[in-house]
Design a protein around this ligand. Structure first.
Ligand code: 13P
Length: 253
C-alpha cells in the first residue's frame, strides 16, 4: 500500500542543543496530534543516536542524509549501512541533488547505495530531479527517466517496492520557487508509469513518491492532494516546528 509520508531533511543545520529541542518539539507535537501520515526526519548523522534515544517507540522515522556505497573499510568521513542498521535507523536519503552537485554522486553510486540499504533492511529515499536548464530544454521527463532506470531498475520487484522515491526538481530546492502541483503531478505520474511498464501496475501502485522543493505550509495541502504525490521531502520548512507541523497537517484536511 502507498504510504503517506512527510519527511524533514535538516541538511547541515542546527547545533546539538537546537537539534535536541526540535526533536523534542516534534515528539510532543506528534503525541498531541495524531497525523494522517508517517513523519520522518533526517538530521545530521551526528544526531541520529540522540533521535533514536528520544523516539524509543519509533513514532518518528529516523534517516541518515546519505550513506556510503561501500560496506566498510578505509573511507574516511563516511557512514555505512551496517552502522545505520546497528542503531536501528529507519533508512537513508540517497542521491540528494546536493550530494550529486557537491560530491560528484552519480546514479551508478545511487544504485549501489540503494542495494546496500535494502540488503540491511533500511528504507532508501532515492532522490531525482532535473536542473532548470534541462527543464527549459524540455528534457525533464527524459532526465528523470534515465535517473530512475539507472538507479533503481536493477532491483527485483520485491526490492523496489521498499524504495521511497523523492522527486526534487533542482530549480525548486531552497529557491522559494515550487513546481506547480500540475508540474509535480506530471513527473510523479511519469515515474509511476515507468515503474508500471517495468514491474507491473501492482508494484507501481505500492510505491510512495514524495515531492521536494520549497514545500511550505501554504502550498503543502494542494501539492499533497495530487493523485500521484504521496507526501513531501521538506528542507527549510522542516527546521521550525510550526511550519513542519502545518505541512504534516496538509494531509489531515
Ligand atoms: P527546500 O524545502 O528547502 O526547498 O529543500 C528541499 C530539499 O532539498 C529536501 O531534501
Amino acid at each position: 500500500m502507498r504510504r503517506k509520508i512527510v519527511a524533514g531533511n535538516w541538511k547541515m543545520n542546527k547545533n546539538v542543543i537546537d537539534a535536541q529541542q526540535l526533536m523534542f518539539q516534534l515528539l510532543q507535537y506528534k503525541k498531541n496530534n495524531p497525523a494522517s501520515c508517517e513523519v520522518w526526519i533526517a538530521p545530521p548523522a551526528l544526531y541520529l543516536l540522540m533521535a533514536k534515544d528520544l523516539y524509543e517507540n519509533n513514532e518518528i522515522g529516523i534517516f541518515a542524509q546519505d550513506m556510503s556505497a561501500h560496506e566498510s573499510g578505509a573511507y574516511t568521513g563516511e557512514i555505512s549501512a551496517d552502522m545505520l542498521e546497528s542503531i536501528e535507523a529507519t533508512g537513508a536519503i540517497i542521491g540528494h541533488s546536493e550530494r550529486r552537485q557537491y560530491h560528484g554522486e552519480t546514479d551508478a553510486h545511487c544504485n549501489q547505495k540503494v542495494k546496500l540499504a535494502l540488503d540491511k533492511g533500511l528504507t532508501p529515499i532515492y532522490c531525482n530531479g532535473e536542473t532548470l536548464e534541462q527543464r527549459k530544454a524540455g528534457q525533464h521527463l527524459e532526465v528523470v527517466k534515465n535517473q530512475t532506470e539507472v538507479a533503481l531498475f536493477t532491483l527485483s520487484a520485491e526490492e523496489i517496492k521498499k524504495v521511497v522515491i523523492a522527486y526534487e526538481p533542482i530549480w525548486a530546492i531552497g529557491t522559494g520557487e515550487t513546481a506547480t502541483p500540475a508540474q509535480a503531478q506530471e513527473i510523479h505520474a511519469h515515474i509511476r508509469s515507468l515503474i508500471a511498464a517495468k514491474y507491473g501496475q501492482e508494484v507501481a501502485d505500492e510505491i510512495s513518491i514524495l515531492y521536494g522543493g520549497s514545500v511550505k505550509p501554504d502550498n503543502a495541502k494542494e501539492i499533497f492532494s495530487q493523485p500521484d504525490i504521496d507526501g513531501g521531502l521538506i528542507g527549510g520548512a522542516a527546521l521550525k516546528i510550526d511550519d513542519f507541523a502545518k505541512i504534516i497537517e496538509g494531509f489531515n484536511a
